[in-house]
Design a protein around this ligand. Structure first.
Ligand SMILES: [Zn+2]
Length: 511
């Protein structure tokens, strides 16, 4: 009988928007331990699901879920939250070891008060505990700002290849599989990370379109090279103001197959080839989208009776990237321009309470949204009728961004306004990544002329199938595509597009 292989699964998953004013303190995290991880993610399409699934590919592999902490992409993780969560993670690893391998479930763009490279620090602490001989696998989000520290402290690192993220499970399963093969002595992975000094605009990160489409086909070409067992492109996360911010190109090569020297060379050449080709396209990654009034007028002219809705992406209020979820910039313009047949969500727990007090069917006069900060517009006066009240919990079994299954918008009220808008008011910040958010609240989004989805890419799997057209809108806010707006303090000094003269010289040394 083959000896049992025990793999630990643990993680802290957070995309940190360092410009957000909402700190990620301990209480903002949902923490799953042991069996709870399996219950929450076992049937999903997430990173954890891929890790858990590896035990069914082998008859001698046990994945032991330890702890997993996750919160929405809000601001910087407090020192206290990091210490408690990572302290517990390390404690579990220590108490329940020894391990044959470790599977880390991290986002890759986490920042704490103490560590700009939170994910690298976690990998480092895990490596320090288990030593160099226990393989460590890490699977991260495509928005990761991949660091040297993450690569140095892991044996295999994989990244999603789709944005919207539809392959999280597949990539973590590949990561786990390579870790098992490493444990079995079938492979000896070496990695190379290349980080040219470039940040790509969030509005150009959709992998289904150029320029990202050809960047991803370069990756497939690298996978064809002898010895290459995995390769990744990370788009980077431009709202985390850290030295690691930017694109990353990574290769994993089997040195057992082609020898150590040849493997290092192949890894370096593969990563640099991808990076050089992306660098050559750097001018194609700029922001070129319409303002709210232009977008609304265009959509109004495009839409004919009976058409599917035109979906307007509220880029500056990208809930999935750490925004407030209550931006009123597009709504204010829609009111001013007299746009009819308009639908959107707004995070506004106080207005939800007013609707609950008034009751279903009652007339209400509310000031909605724009309450978190001054960046996302001012509260807007609306008059209308409460159509439905709902507890805000919904489930989606269709493919959605990130592969999640369970959602919670908190207590939710639907208001139909006298100027023919429908506003879905939520009590929790919940992204527009699932149509069930609307259907569960008794709203059929296909019946509207225009639907606002707060985000850039993440709402696409849900909204593309019902949209006549998708228009990205250049709204102000903490996730605006206008990167000039932010005051960066910690990013690399010479970085494209901030520095138009930035230069990229592929290095001979592993960075
Ligand atoms: Zn992402």
């Amino acid at each position: 009988m083959k000896p049992k292989i025990r793999l630990a699964l643990a993680g802290l998953y957070h995309e940190t928007n360092t410009f957000s004013s909402v700190p990620a303190d301990y209480n903002t995290f949902s923490i799953f331990r042991g069996e709870e991880i399996e219950k929450e993610y076992g049937n999903s399409l997430t990173t954890n699901a891929g890790y858990l699934a590896i035990s069914s590919s082998y008859d001698n592999v046990d994945v032991v879920p330890l702890n997993f902490a996750i919160t929405g992409p809000i601001g910087t993780i407090t020192k206290d939250a990091f210490d408690q969560i990572v302290g517990e993670l390390i404690q579990y690893l220590e108490d329940q070891g020894p391990w044959d391998g470790i599977l880390l479930s991290l986002h890759g763009a986490a920042v704490s008060e103490e560590y700009s490279d939170c994910d690298g620090e976690i990998a480092y602490r895990v490596r320090s505990l288990v030593g160099p001989d226990v393989p460590v696998g890490l699977s991260v989000d495509m928005h990761a700002n991949i660091s040297k520290k993450m690569v140095e402290n892991t044996d295999v690192l994989t990244v999603y290849r789709t944005n919207p993220h539809l392959d999280a499970k597949k990539r973590s399963q590949e990561c786990a599989d390579l870790i098992v093969k490493t444990i079995n002595g079938q492979i000896e992975p070496v990695m190379w990370l290349e980080t040219p000094p470039m940040v790509i605009n969030i509005v150009k990160q959709y992998t289904g379109d150029e320029p990202m489409r050809s960047i991803m086909s370069n990756l497939l070409a690298v996978l064809e090279k002898p010895g290459v067992i995995h390769a990744s492109v990370a788009e980077g996360y431009p709202y985390a103001d850290v030295p690691e911010m930017g694109m990353g190109f990574l290769t994993v090569v089997d040195s057992k197959e082609i020898g150590k020297d040849e493997a290092n060379k192949t890894a370096r050449e593969g990563a640099q080839w991808m990076a050089t080709r992306a660098w050559a396209k750097r001018d194609d990654f700029n922001n070129d989208i319409p303002d709210p009034d232009q977008a609304l007028l265009f959509a109004d002219a495009q839409h004919n009776p009976g058409d599917a809705p035109i979906v307007l992406m509220d880029v500056g209020d990208n809930i999935g990237a750490g925004s407030s979820a209550d931006s009123t910039h597009i709504l204010a313009e829609a009111q001013r321009l007299g746009i009819e047949g308009y639908l959107q969500t707004l995070y506004d727990p106080a207005s939800v309470q007013e609707c609950i007090e008034a009751g279903v069917g009652s007339d209400v006069s509310l000031k909605v949204g724009g309450k978190t900060d001054h960046l996302h517009g001012s509260p807007i006066s609306i008059e209308g009728k409460v159509r439905t009240l709902f507890n805000g919990k919904f489930e989606d079994h269709r493919p959605t961004h990130g592969g999640f299954q369970f959602y919670d918008g908190g207590l939710t009220a639907v208001v139909d306004t006298t100027d023919r808008h429908t506003i879905v008011l939520t009590s929790l910040r919940c992204g527009n990544t699932s149509l069930e958010q609307m259907y569960s609240a008794g709203v059929d989004p296909t019946k509207y002329r225009m639907v606002v989805a707060k985000g850039v890419v993440s709402p696409r799997p849900a909204y593309q199938p019902i949209a006549k057209e998708i228009i990205l809108v250049n709204t102000p806010g903490v996730t605006t595509s206008d990167l000039e707006y932010f005051e960066y303090r910690r990013r690399r000094g010479s970085l494209f597009p901030f520095d138009r003269n930035a230069d990229y010289l592929p290095s001979r040394q592993n960075q």
